[in-house]
Write a protein that binds this ligand. Structure first.
Ligand code: SAH
Length: 392
């Protein structure tokens, strides 16, 4: 394995087990090092700090081992098995729940890799050239996992790999084939389309928050804004909502939502869905029509450069919801922008509350579920933030 030498003093973040080496920390790259190759990272003083996958860009190495721990392709099987054991311990692998995130990148000590499980299919995304080059070995390890019963592995990295890497990833099955399935989440059925859907086909990260919403739904009139596959809507219906309206700008998302409602509540007359822009819908909506509103928009700030505009977006969106929600109403509001901190999001929502003149209290502070764990050395792994608010 080639050796990459760091500048003096730049070993500090690795000694805290942060798994990224930034390009600015490198004193000397070995000759002929290829993108995606394993590399041994060495301090200026000659000490081995660990091993990881090299790539061109601001994050130059994603570390998979620290200190003397060896690194080779056998590592994937062990890490995947540990990840699966954790999901079993979390109670996510059971007859009435067969979908969960098996690998959450750094949070499962596999930086650059995401794997979501839907029944007997694993949908795998590489975010780094290293994981891309190892995709076959990882897929083999997935179907060999004891007890996991994975039979198909779909690889979906066309949009997640660094564009400049020119790896030309093709979406497709690495093992088996099974186009779309009905997954079960907490006893509710969802039709998952990993071929055409966003991300891996479903937002597993809202599972716990959807269940919390169900507890508040009884007798309420619910607006599920940015509904995508209708997860919150289906839980609200199970919770006894009087009426649920699902809104998304994508007509594909609206069809998915309607199909998922139909799967669980055939001929349901409490649900309605509309394909339209969120701001347009909220602007035109009469005051007091809903007493439970969900706002789960796409990331408004995808990069640090978009932070200011993103925060403005969250403020504007929440301000209309505050203005329109019925007195005694509840708002579930989220941000999945990694660059927006919990505190910044709360401040944006606070400004919106002030602007609306409504009296607002925080009932719950929400985050991502336990199958999206955060490595304590890598706080950047925390991305989902949510607030449940009571509005007088
Ligand atoms: N709440 C969903 C996930 C939402 S993802 C769940 O639990 O699964 C964000 C969704 O917002 C996408 O489906 C996207 O189509 C939709 N969207 C993006 N911009 C929008 C806009 N301006 N108005 C309405 N919907 C929008």
């Amino acid at each position: 394995m080639k050796q990459l030498i760091l500048k003096k003093g730049k070993e500090e973040s690795l000694s805290r087990r942060h798994p990224w080496v930034f390009s600015g920390a490198i004193a000397k790259l070995p000759d002929g090092l290829e993108e995606g190759e394993w590399v041994e990272v060495v301090s200026a003083g000659g000490e081995t700090l660990g091993r990881g996958h090299y790539q061109i860009g601001s994050i130059a190495v994603r570390m998979l081992t620290f200190g003397d721990e060896p690194a080779d392709d056998a590592l994937y099987a062990g890490r995947l098995e540990a990840a699966f054991r954790l999901r079993q311990a979390l109670g996510l692998v059971r007859p009435n729940n067969d979908c969960f995130r098996l690998v959450h990148g750094e949070g499962d000590f596999l930086p650059g890799l995401v794997v979501d499980i839907y029944g007997d299919t694993a949908v795998m995304q590489a975010h780094s050239p290293g994981m891309h080059l190892n995709r076959e070995a990882i897929a083999d390890a997935l179907v060999s996992l004891p007890e996991a019963k994975i039979r198909n592995v779909y690889y979906k990295s066309e949009t997640t790999l660094p564009f400049m890497a020119r790896l030309d990833p093709q979406n497709g099955y690495l093992i088996g084939r099974y186009d779309g399935s009905i997954a079960v989440e907490n006893g509710l059925k969802f039709s998952i389309d990993w071929l055409k859907g966003q991300k891996t086909g479903f937002f597993l990260d809202q599972r716990d928050n959807r269940r919390l919403l169900q507890q508040y739904a009884e007798g309420r009139e619910v607006l599920n804004m940015f509904c995508y596959t209708g997860g919150f809507s289906v839980y609200a219906l199970r919770g006894g909502a009087k009426r649920v309206v699902s809104v998304d700008s994508s007509s594909k998302a609206i069809s998915l939502t309607q199909a998922n409602v139909e799967l669980n509540f055939p001929e349901c007359d409490r649900h309605m869905a509309e394909a339209t822009d969120a701001f347009k819908y909220l602007g035109a909506m009469p005051k007091g029509e809903f007493d439970l509103i969900v706002l789960d928009p796409p990331a408004f700030a995808k990069h640090k450069s978009a932070l200011r505009n993103g925060l403005q977006g969250y403020r504007r969106l929440n301000a209309v919801a505050f203005e329109k929600v019925r007195p005694g109403g509840i708002i579930f509001t989220f941000s999945c922008s990694q660059v927006v901190s919990r505190e910044q999001f709360r401040l944006a929502v606070f400004s919106a509350a002030l602007q609306s003149g409504r009296k607002v209290r925080i009932l719950h502070q929400l985050t991502q579920p336990a199958d999206h764990p955060v490595d304590i050395s890598h706080p950047e792994g925390e991305y989902l933030k949510g607030l449940v608010l009571y509005v007088e």
